[in-house]
Design a protein around this ligand. Structure first.
Ligand code: ZN
Length: 324
């Protein structure tokens, strides 16, 4: 590099989280030669990061391994934040050691935001309860989706209610069916509103944005659209895109969204009673935790998927299942 002698014992290191915004001159041979990509930590990495950030904090009966499995996808900075928030929770209740409950509260606060003082009227509360129950019900019924950890209709951050899904493990590859399942869960809230109240509200805008992003990625990045030649198009897209190509792509995205929407509709209509039970519990207690969800969903089988059979059939099976 200019200004540095090439034979001295000097190593220049730099870090950036905006690689694509860097001046390409910096990355030419002879400048920053080696690039090391640092991904968010895996479960073992998270456990060790948590150990670092709890070193000077009094820990009670907390298993950091468990906290690590619950915090999939969080970065080192998020984890530091979780540890700090846990200490604040502990201090607020005048505790002497940090407990698992402190970490649960901290995790919720970091992921879902600060509890807000917004007050909902009775009807709004019903809509939010059924919306969140819709997400949770679809999540419970679909085999590939992360289990619901907690549902709440206490407003936090910008959200009026939320459903926390925790992955059982770190996942790097997802199949088309799993992505459709995730979209089904996202649409479950809005569909539940439609089924119960006959109208949808503005509350689902964040869900819809995520669904649109997923459908776009499935078609453009993973070539999971239905139209023939979808793989080549995914590669060629962006290189002088024609009007017709754009239209085919839009239609493919639409189709994926419809598939997920129909699945959500079927699951919710076939399990209307369970939806109401989840929602009524929420209206009464405002939160519903894992054991409560287990009680309500006891005996309801998850929709099964045979290899090579899409969700359409799996959802129909759930409807026809005499045990359901
Ligand atoms: Zn939602």
């Amino acid at each position: 590099m200019d200004g540095f002698p090439t034979s001295g014992e000097l190593v220049v290191m730099a870090a950036s989280n905006l690689l694509d915004k860097l001046d390409p001159a910096l990355l030419r041979p002879g400048r920053f030669d080696r690039q090391v990509f640092v991904a968010p930590p895996d479960v073992e990495g998270r456990r060790r990061i948590l150990e670092v950030h709890t070193r000077d904090k009094p820990l009670g009966d907390v298993d950091l391994g468990v906290v690590a499995t619950q915090t999939s996808g969080l970065t080192g900075a998020d984890l530091a934040n979780v540890c700090n928030e846990a200490a604040i929770f502990c201090a607020r209740r005048h505790g002497s050691t940090l407990t698992q409950a402190d970490f649960d509260g901290a995790f919720e606060r970091v992921v879902a935001g600060v509890q807000s003082r917004r007050v909902l009227n009775a009807h709004e509360k019903r809509v939010v309860a059924f919306h969140e129950a819709g997400h949770a019900l679809c999540g419970e019924l679909l085999p590939s989706v992360d289990r619901v950890h907690k549902i709440s209709i206490v407003p936090r951050g910008k959200a009026l209610g939320y459903t926390l899904n925790l992955p059982a493990e770190d996942r790097y590859l997802k199949s088309r069916e799993e992505l459709i399942d995730s979209m089904t869960v996202l649409l479950g809230g809005r569909v539940a509103e439609g089924v119960v109240f006959g109208a949808v509200t503005t509350g689902a805008s964040d869900d819809l944005r995520k669904v649109a992003e997923m459908a776009r990625a499935m078609v453009c990045d993973y070539a999971m659209g239905a139209a023939p030649g979808s793989a080549q198009r995914a590669v060629l897209d962006g290189v002088g895109e024609s009007e017709i190509r754009r239209r085919v792509r839009d239609e493919e995205e639409q189709e994926l969204v419809f598939e997920a929407q129909h699945a959500a509709q079927r699951l919710i209509e076939a399990n209307h009673g369970k939806l109401a039970e989840l929602a009524e519990h929420l209206l009464e207690h405002e939160v519903l935790e894992r054991d409560g969800i287990d009680r309500i969903m006891d005996g309801v089988p998850r929709a099964e998927r045979r290899p090579g059979v899409g969700l359409r059939v799996a959802a129909a099976e759930a409807v026809d299942d005499p045990r359901a």
